[in-house]
Structures are given as C-alpha cells and as structure tokens.
Design a protein around this ligand. Structure first.
Ligand SMILES: Cc1cc2nc3c(=O)[nH]c(=O)nc-3n(C[C@H](O)[C@H](O)[C@H](O)COP(=O)(O)OP(=O)(O)OC[C@H]3O[C@@H](n4cnc5c(N)ncnc54)[C@H](O)[C@@H]3O)c2cc1C
Length: 481
C-alpha cells in the first residue's frame, strides 16, 4: 500500500507563462466558431458567467473538456453547496443565479433548500463552524438543470473541447485553439472568460500566476469524492450523536465524525489514511451519503503524470474506506459504492494575479470594497496549510460577511480577458474561502455581466464603470447588501 497522504510531487511556488498562439501559427487549425464571448470551463463559475452574459443579449460559447456542465459539483461529485448565508446564519446573501439554480433543483427533487439545513446535523457531517445552511443536491439532477439553463439562455455549449492555447493579437486575447474529437479547432471571440479553475487561459496568455502559497510552497491537498447508498441512516445517526461532545480540533487535525471508529480501525491496523475522522454528508435521498475523506498531498493539477498518480491513489483510498464502512460503521454494513468522482478534486493550483490581489486579511476584517460584486461568509479553511499529514488552518471571519472586489477578475498583462471562480486574483488563504461553489457561481455571474457590458458599451474590463455593473448585478437579482 502507498503511504497515506504521501506527496506525489512537491508543489511549485511560482509559474512562468506558457506558449502563445499568434495568427501566423493557425494554419493547421480549423476555423470553426465565432462568438462575442468565449467562456472556457463549464464549472459553476463558467456556467453562471455564460448564462449571465447571454441574458444580456450577447452571443456566448461555453466549452468544457468533459461531457457535462458543473465541474467539481458534477464530475467531481463534490457537495453540498457550502453556505450562502451570513456568518450569523440569518440571511441568505448569495442569491442571483445561485438561488435560481437551487430553486430549479428543488423543483426537480434534486436539492433541499438551505433555509432548512442547520449546522451540526447529518447534512453538515455534524460540523458546526461555518457550515450553517449548506445545500445538499443531487449531481445528476444538477447536470440537467445546467443543460437547461444554458439552452434557455441561448448559450452555445461544446463538450469534449479542451482549451489548448489562446489566439493573441499583441497582449489582447481574441480567441482560442481547442482540441476536440475533430482535431484542432479555433473559436474567434471578442472577449474570453477564464473559468478553468486552474487559470490555464490566463497563464497561457501571459498573465502572472503563482502556484499555491508561494511562502510555504504548498497547495491544499486534493481529495477524490465518492457517494454511497444503501445506508441505514437512523443507525448511523444513532452512532454519531452521543459522540458530538467529543468533536475537537487539535493542532489543525480534526477529530470529528466517526473518529472513534477510525481509532478502532487504526488499532486493528486497518487504517492508513491521513485523516482522523470521516466527513460524511447526508444527501437529498435519505440512504445516500457523500464522502470527503481521501487526501493526497502535493498534487500538481497542471501535470498529467502527477494527476494520474493522484487519481489511482484516490481510488485506493476509496477502497480502504469502503472496507472501513462495511466493517466498522453501524448502518453502513451494506453500503454500496455509487461512484467515485470522474475527476480528482483539486482545491488549489494556480492563482492568476492582477494589479490587485485579494488579501485574506480583508476577508477576516469583513471589508466590503467600493467595487463589491458579491457578499459571502464562507470561512477561511486552508486544508493542509500546517504541513502535517492533515493539519489545516481555520480562520474565523470577524464580521457577518465580506465582499469581493471586481478588481479580482482582472488579470495583469492581458487585455480582453476576465477571471471567474477558483483562479481569481487572490492570495492562497483568501482563495481558501471563496473557492467554494456559491461564491464561484457569483463570481461567474459578475464576470459574465461585466463582459457583456464591455461588449455592448464599447469599453474594456479595466475601464468598466462600477455603477453600471452594480445596476446589472441587481437586475439579475444579485444581493449586494
Ligand atoms: C476536495 C474538494 C472539496 C470541496 N468541497 C466543497 C463543498 O463541500 N462545497 C462547495 O461548495 N465547494 C466545495 N469545493 C470547492 C468547489 O467544488 C470548487 O472550488 C468550485 O467548483 C470551483 O468552481 P470553478 O467553476 O472555478 O472550477 P471547477 O468546478 O473546477 O470547473 C472548471 C471546469 O473547467 C474545465 N476545464 C479545466 N481546464 C480546461 C481546459 N483546458 N479546457 C476545457 N475545459 C477545462 C474543468 O474540466 C471543469 O469542468 C470543494 C473542492 C474540492 C476540490
């Protein structure tokens, strides 16, 4: 067996730009598509960017290298949606497209409204801090909701299309080369949004990027999610609840759900995973649970060899966990593995830098900037930050919420490009808070609206008037306080 949590490769502390395709080198590329706006990456940020922009009346193309929309929330089986409420748990502060998607999921039986979900319950893996009002959802129903919402908005979606390189005119991006089953194809676009999570478009276009936390040289560990069903949920709950007073965090290591069962397995020599407890989240259906417990350190999501090793190690850890559930966990004796994520869960890779890099202190202090595009209260939770096999860093925010400035969507040194989702211009710890799906969707919605306003108003992202952006955000039901 491989050592648990072993680093696959050490993280790089900085990255240099990749190749740039100029007009002259496009001779072997089929000139297939044109759009006003190209959105690269169909995760929560990319979907919301594309829909928000298309609803402003521009021609939008959304591409993804997989076979569905949703990114980590569907292909990665990551869930639930983290909180969309303020820190007191009183008001829903992430609204707009996020709320619309939740309502549509509920209408199809694919989610439970966050107002009904409280912390310290089976829906939050019994975690208390920062986990009030999460949203359990079904990833298969989410795929359908995303398909429909894009189709209704008139977004042209292309799956099985990998972004390879940008098409550049000087420092302005004006399209992309894709690898599809047909070969190399190009999309001409007046503007591009990078919603790849890894900042691949910005990186290849020449924007400065850092990998993980340059000070520590680390990235957050990766985790392969999986889902199980056929669980006797009442018996599982009965095993957990008497142990709630023993839940604790020691030197960044969490002893939370099922830590007493992990101790039994460890004593019997049947546990070699890094975590000391198991994050197990009840899903919409009563017998279905989502498991966030595998952990692989030092994964470089921009390196295929490295990712391959991580995927294999992730599946090995899932096998060990299924054995653990069957043998040690009451109610899980007959649990069935529904599936593992079709992609490794990557918490952190490149952070693209703009002139402004969001510092974590602004989130802790509850700063609401003048060019605010969303409000959030997600906690700052940097897994693996303390370097040990499981040592995480948790920083509570001091106010009810914080804001994210529009400036975080603007990469340095590249024109015609906006950032959305996990790769926005933020330091590593700040990204540890806003990378979760509700803020990622809100960042996407803001990027999509900003792009549409630039295109219809004949302006550029850095010259966009915030008053216009705010007006359009409010029109699209975004909550700005
Ligand atoms: C282990 C783990 C646990 C998490 N837990 C939670 C949780 O409980 N709740 C929560 O709300 N959030 C959670 N998150 C965070 C959240 O899932 C992601 O950070 C969020 O999905 C980021 O959204 P995104 O749209 O920026 O990127 P992604 O969801 O990663 O989507 C990016 C999309 O772009 C595609 N893409 C990438 N490169 C290319 C390319 N070159 N060409 C074409 N397509 C490309 C990808 O395939 C993907 O579909 C977790 C994340 C991880 C990894």
């Amino acid at each position: 067996m491989a050592a648990a949590g072993a680093a696959v490769l050490p993280a790089m502390s900085s990255c240099s730009p990749g190749g740039i395709v100029g007009e002259a080198s496009l001779s072997n590329v089929k000139d297939s598509y044109s759009a006003d706006l190209l959105v690269v990456g169909g995760g929560p940020a990319g979907v919301c960017a594309a829909v928000a922009a298309a609803r402003k009346g521009i021609k939008v193309m959304l591409i993804d290298n997989g076979n569905c929309l949703g990114g980590m929330g569907t292909k990665g089986l990551v869930g639930p949606f983290m909180t969309c409420y303020d820190a007191k748990g009183e008001n829903m502060i992430i609204r707009g497209l996020f709320e619309e998607i939740v309502d549509r999921l509920i209408a199809e039986g694919g989610a439970i409204h966050p107002s009904k979900i409280r912390h310290t319950t089976e829906f939050t893996a019994w975690i208390t801090e920062g986990h009030d009002h999460v949203t359990p959802f079904d990833p298969e129903i989410l795929k359908k909701v995303y398909d429909r919402i894009c189709a209704e908005a008139g977004v042209k979606v292309l799956f099985h299309a990998s972004f390879v390189n940008p098409i550049m005119k000087g420092r302005r991006i004006c399209g992309a080369v894709l690898l599809t089953p047909s070969g190399l194809e190009s999309v001409r676009a007046k503007m591009v949004i990078d919603a790849t999570g890894d900042g691949t478009v910005a990186y290849r276009a020449g924007a400065p990027c850092v990998f993980g936390d340059p000070e520590s040289g680390r990235v957050q560990p990766a985790s392969l999610f999986f889902r199980i069903n056929n669980v006797d949920t009442d018996r599982l709950i009965a095993d957990v609840v008497p142990h709630l007073p023993e839940f604790r965090r020691v030197n960044g290591v969490s002893y939370r759900c099922l830590h007493w069962r992990v101790a039994e397995a460890e004593a019997a020599g049947e546990w070699d995973l890094a975590r000391k407890s198991v994050n197990i989240w009840r899903s919409v259906e009563k017998d279905q649970w989502v498991i966030n417990c595998t952990r692989i350190h030092g994964v470089d999501a921009t390196d295929a060899e490295n990712l391959t090793a991580a995927e294999i190690e992730g599946r090995r850890q899932v096998e060990e966990l299924m054995h653990f559930f069957h043998k040690y966990v009451p109610g899980c004796e007959k649990a069935t593995l529904m599936g593992t994520g079709s992609t490794m869960g990557i918490r952190e890779s490149r952070h693209v830098h703009g002139d402004f890099v969001l510092p974590v202190q602004d989130l802790i202090d509850g700063v609401i900037p003048d060019d605010n595009i969303l409000l959030s209260a997600n906690s700052i939770d940097v897994h693996g930050a303390m370097g040990g096999p499981a040592g995480g860093l948790y920083m509570p925010i001091q106010k009810d919420m914080y804001g994210i400035p529009y400036r975080c969507l603007l990469p340095k040194d590249v024109d015609g490009l906006l950032l959305a989702g996990r790769c926005i211009s933020a330091d590593s710890a700040a990204a540890g808070a806003i990378r979760v799906m509700p803020p990622a969707m809100a960042l996407g919605q803001a990027a999509g609206i900003a792009a549409a306003l630039c295109l219809t108003g004949g302006t550029t992202p850095d010259a966009l008037d915030y008053a216009d952006l705010r007006k359009s955000l409010l029109e699209q039901k975004v909550y700005l306080g």
